[in-house]
Design a binder for this molecule. Structure first.
Ligand code: PEP
Length: 246
C-alpha cells in the first residue's frame, strides 16, 4: 500500500499561493508516499496544471448528481475534468456547516466513483461524544451510513478526524488514535473482507511536523489529512517527509 499525505486547503488560497505547490514538489521530488492537495475548486485546474502529475489534486466536496440545476455546486465530473483525482467527502465542516448526513455522503461517494475520482470519506466524533464514551459507536454508525457497498481499497480512503482536534492544536492520545484506527479496520474487514487491509486509513486533526512521526508509527495509520499545516510547502513538506520515512 502507498501511504497518503493529503492536504485540505479549505477556503484558503488564491493563485498567488500556487508557488507553494512548486516549492513542495521541488523539496520532495520523489517521496515514497502519495501526496495530494485539495484546494478550493477555483484552484483545482490551475493547481493540476502547476503540479503536472507530480502530486495529485483533489476537490473538497462534490454534488451527488452529475449535472443539473444546482446553483453554486460542483459535480464530480467537473472536478475530474479540471484535473482532480480525489475528492474529500463528509468533512466535519460540511457535516456541521451544511447539515450533511451519512446518506448524502454515501451518494456523493458513489458519484465520485462514477466520475473516476477516489473518495476520501471523513468520520469523527465530537468532544461531547468522546467524553460520553461514544467514539467507536459514532464512528461505526458514520462508516455504516457513509461508505457505500461498492467501496474498495482502490476507490475509497477513510479519514478519521475527531471534530474537536481539527484546527485546535489538540489531538487524541496515541493509544486513542490507534484504538479508533483498529476499530475502523475491523469494521471494514467485517464488511469488505480481505480487501479491507488495503484501504488507506488517514488520521486528521492538528497533524504537525512535531507530532507526525509518532502518529505515522501507529498501526493502521496509513497517512494524514492535514488542514492548516498543508498551506505552506515547508510545513506540509515536513509531514510528507515524516510519512515517507515511516
Ligand atoms: C482538516 O481540516 O481536515 C484538518 C485536519 O485540519 P487541521 O489539520 O488544521 O486540524
Amino acid at each position: 500500500m502507498r501511504k497518503l499525505a493529503a492536504g485540505n486547503w479549505k477556503m484558503n488560497g488564491l493563485t498567488a499561493q500556487l508557488p507553494e505547490v512548486t516549492a513542495l514538489i521541488a523539496a520532495h521530488p520523489s517521496p515514497s508516499c502519495d501526496v495530494l492537495l485539495c484546494p478550493p475548486s477555483t484552484l483545482v485546474a490551475a493547481m493540476a496544471s502547476t503540479a503536472a502529475g507530480r502530486i495529485a489534486v483533489g476537490g473538497q466536496d462534490c454534488h451527488p448528481k452529475a449535472s443539473g440545476a444546482h446553483t453554486g455546486d460542483i459535480s464530480a465530473a467537473m472536478l475530474k475534468d479540471a484535473g482532480a483525482s480525489y475528492v474529500i467527502l463528509g468533512h466535519s465542516e460540511r457535516r456541521a456547516d451544511h447539515g450533511e448526513g451519512d446518506a448524502l455522503v454515501r451518494a456523493k461517494a458513489e458519484a465520485a466513483w462514477v466520475a473516476g475520482l477516489i473518495a476520501i470519506i471523513c468520520v469523527g466524533e465530537t468532544e461531547a461524544e468522546r467524553d460520553a464514551g461514544k467514539t467507536l459507536a459514532v464512528i461505526g454508525t458514520q462508516l455504516a451510513g457513509s461508505v457505500p457497498d461498492g467501496a474498495s481499497s482502490a476507490n475509497t480512503v477513510i479519514a478519521y478526524e475527531p471534530v474537536w482536534a481539527i484546527g485546535t492544536g489538540r489531538t487524541p492520545t496515541l493509544p486513542e488514535i490507534a484504538e479508533v484506527h483498529a476499530d475502523i479496520r475491523a469494521r471494514l474487514t467485517a464488511r469488505f473482507g480481505a480487501d479491507a487491509a488495503g484501504f488507506r486509513l488517514l488520521y486528521g486533526g492538528s497533524v504537525r511536523q512535531s507530532n507526525a512521526a509518532e502518529i505515522f508509527a501507529l498501526p493502521n495509520v496509513d497517512g494524514a489529512l492535514v488542514g492548516g499545516a498543508s498551506l505552506k510547502a515547508s510545513d506540509f513538506g515536513a509531514i510528507v517527509a515524516a510519512l515517507s520515512a515511516a
